[in-house]
Design a protein around this ligand. Sequence first.
Ligand code: LER
Ligand code: MN
Length: 276
Amino acid sequence: MLSSMKPCVTISLVKEAAGGPFVYWHDPLKNAERAKSLGFPAVEIFPPDADALKLDVFPDIPKELNLDIAAVGSGGGWVRHQWHLTHPNADIRTKAKGFITALLDAAARFNAPVIIGSMQGRHGGEVSKDQAHQWLAEALHDLGNHARSIGTNVFYEPLNRYESNLLNTAEETVAFLDQVQPVNVKVLADLFHMNIEEASIANGLRTYGDWLGHVHLVDNHRQPAGSGQMEYADIAAVLRQINYQGYLSAEAFPKPDSHSAARTTMDTFNRWFARR
Ligand code: LER
Ligand code: MN
């Protein structure tokens, strides 16, 4: 079967995330135009909060540029407020869930799913691993149900061990999701995290199979795909085998600069992942 994967590139609007692994920074319209000039059909937005996506402040990128919003990141709730879904304080867990719910609502006008990455939090101290998993399961249920009610999805992103200790590998993640069965929840596979945690990134992607909804395309050192030692041939072969039809979204440091990082990613996408 012919598969068609699509390239995408991140734009961060969060000034507190300075130094983070996002390709373009600030001005969403100007940067989406630059992405479009390289042939990207979509952008992924990292907003400070849901208000930043409101009609009066956020440009209608789909209408103005005919680009899609592939996904919206929720990490602003962690970076700016230190809120997360498995925090020992119930009030903070509620704030984290409210932050993501508001983003789902705001992103729905672009049909954009919302990512749960750093907002998943971690266990430790007074919070056992079982307890944290239970809270994560409840959050994915509730947020997935909300996403279903407005016709969108949640992308759950397993992180590497230095960023979370909840679910690090594809095997653990799929076992958890198969048991919890949250609706309208798909997995975001970030190749940088997988490079740290998987014996084989290709096998990990095969394990995700139908759970896979989004990919963060990046090289082993968090720099643009194609600038490191990641083996894209194997990764592309598995994504074709599992008939992955989603985005490969560049989430990488803007090295040597944003536009060059986007161009390197696009060259890598065209070399390994474009339809042929
Ligand atoms: C952070 O490392 C990351 O990969 C983000 O996509 C998570 O929010
Ligand atoms: Mn990521």
